[in-house]
Design a protein. Structure first.
Lengths: 241, 198
């Protein structure tokens, strides 16, 4: 038989090897109150029954571990205040209190047994389980309709819609060279010119391309640029002048 | 006019047909008051009509049985059809209720509204997962808090009564009749202690 610590458990609160359960309990990551000790014992006994001869060593180890687990669990079940209350009780009273608690639990255990039995005897009851009742839906009466009008409306909806226009997306970019030639020609005629008045009548796209041409000319050292302040008109001189 | 062929209509018959219709469409048992309100009739007449329906829809006579359950009236399948019904539908609510769930259910049924700490105190183990499972099955539901900001309390639902075939919670057996009392138990504990001491 493999070590007790490797015992694979499948409980409500925990699934995995016994060893891991012990570690988690000691680290207080699993509440001992949630651990079904009977489930652990049953698993162990089932495993034991699968063997031809009992493994006494494993049984011993299991007993020691379970005793420790039970002691921890028993301590956990009595909060501090109850412990104090029990300290004050004489053994006679404590026995009475314990018997009371046990009796109460036994009654509910018996009630659970009654319910289980009842479930069994009522197992041939079938009924429809419906969803919650629907809230009343306010009525929204439609105005009287003309069939011919409805048909017209439907026909309009059934017609193929016109292709959406994409003209606004088609930006026309004139070549930069156009403006290079143009500015060179202007500078051949005049020593200088004001960029803003030269391109004022053009579209925004054309103005942008014209500005690129200006930068090209500046880069090539053909012109000099001047602007008194940001957003003021740009003046262009021929570098050769 | 086919007057000669028309049967004399009994007004209770007509009401019985209305109630039949209401019970067919209802998702849960309907009380006499609810039936009377929907049918716009008097509760006494509704009771009479229910008596008529009960004799018509009873085990052995019809595949549908009228039953008094969960404080109201509802239709269910006749028991003789149970096997066929079980081939058609699943019953997730009552299937596989664990011992922990049944004990928790018993505490809530007898003591409800009751909080999780109270259930844990009686059973000696935490009741969180059992309570959550029963809420999911629809057998118990939240019923307010102990006090403002206190623990949530739970009570059983009409579905619980329906699943267990109870016309009301008063049909549960008396708790004292179910198991030996503390005196008997104490005597037994003392007897065991005496034997060990001897």
């Amino acid at each position: 038989m493999e070590a007790v610590r490797d015992l694979e458990l499948d409980l409500d609160a925990f699934e995995g090897p016994f060893d891991l359960l012990l570690t988690l309990v000691l680290k207080e990551e699993v509440g001992l109150a949630d651990v079904e000790v009977a489930g652990v014992v049953l698993t162990f006994v089932e495993r034991l029954a699968e063997r031809e001869s009992p493994d006494l060593e494993a049984c011993g180890e299991f007993l020691v571990l379970m005793a420790a687990l039970l002691e921890l669990k028993a301590r956990g079940l009595f909060p501090d205040e109850d412990e104090l209350a029990f300290d004050d009780l004489d053994p006679e009273e404590a026995a009475g209190e314990l018997a009371e608690r046990l009796a109460l639990y036994r009654r509910f255990k018996a009630a659970a047994g009654w319910l289980e039995q009842r479930l069994d005897t009522e197992s041939d009851r079938f009924f429809r389980l419906g969803p919650a009742p629907l809230a009343p839906v306010p009525e929204r009466p439609l105005a009287p309709q003309e069939p011919a009008l409805l048909a017209t409306a439907l026909r309009a909806l059934a017609a193929e819609p016109p292709e959406p226009s994409l003209t606004h997306l088609e930006l026309r970019f004139p070549p930069v060279s156009l403006f290079l030639d143009r500015f060179r020609a202007v500078l051949r005629r005049r020593r200088r010119f004001v960029f803003d008045s030269e391109v004022g009548s053009l579209s925004r796209v054309e103005q942008a391309v014209a500005f690129l041409a200006l930068l090209e000319l500046r880069k090539a050292g053909e012109i000099k640029l001047g602007q008194p302040a940001p957003f003021e008109p740009i003046t262009v001189w021929s570098a050769a002048a | 006019m086919t007057g000669a062929l028309r049967l004399v209509e009994n007004p209770v018959d007509r009401l019985a047909r209305t109630i039949e219709a209401l019970l067919v469409i209802a998702p849960s048992p309907l009380s006499i008051e609810e039936l009377a309100a929907a049918a716009e009739d008097e509760t006494e007449r509704v009771e009479t009509a229910l008596g008529l329906l009960a004799s018509r829809y009873r085990e052995g006579r019809s595949g549908i049985v009228l039953e008094h359950v969960a404080g109201g009236y509802a239709f269910r399948a006749a028991r003789e059809a149970a096997e066929a019904c079980s081939r058609l539908v699943e019953r997730p609510v009552q299937r596989g209720l664990s011992q922990a769930a049944l004990e928790t259910l018993a505490v809530v049924a007898y003591l409800g509204p009751v909080s999780r700490p109270e259930i844990a105190r009686i059973r000696g183990v935490a009741a969180d997962s059992a309570v959550a499972g029963l809420v999911e099955r629809g057998l118990i539901a939240e019923a307010g808090r102990e006090s403002e900001g206190g623990a949530v309390r739970y009570k059983v639902t009409p579905l619980f009564e329906r699943v267990f075939g109870l016309s009301s919670l008063s049909e549960l057996p008396r708790l004292d009749d179910l198991a030996e009392g503390s005196d008997d138990l104490r005597a037994r504990l003392e007897e065991v202690a005496g034997r060990r001491g001897a």
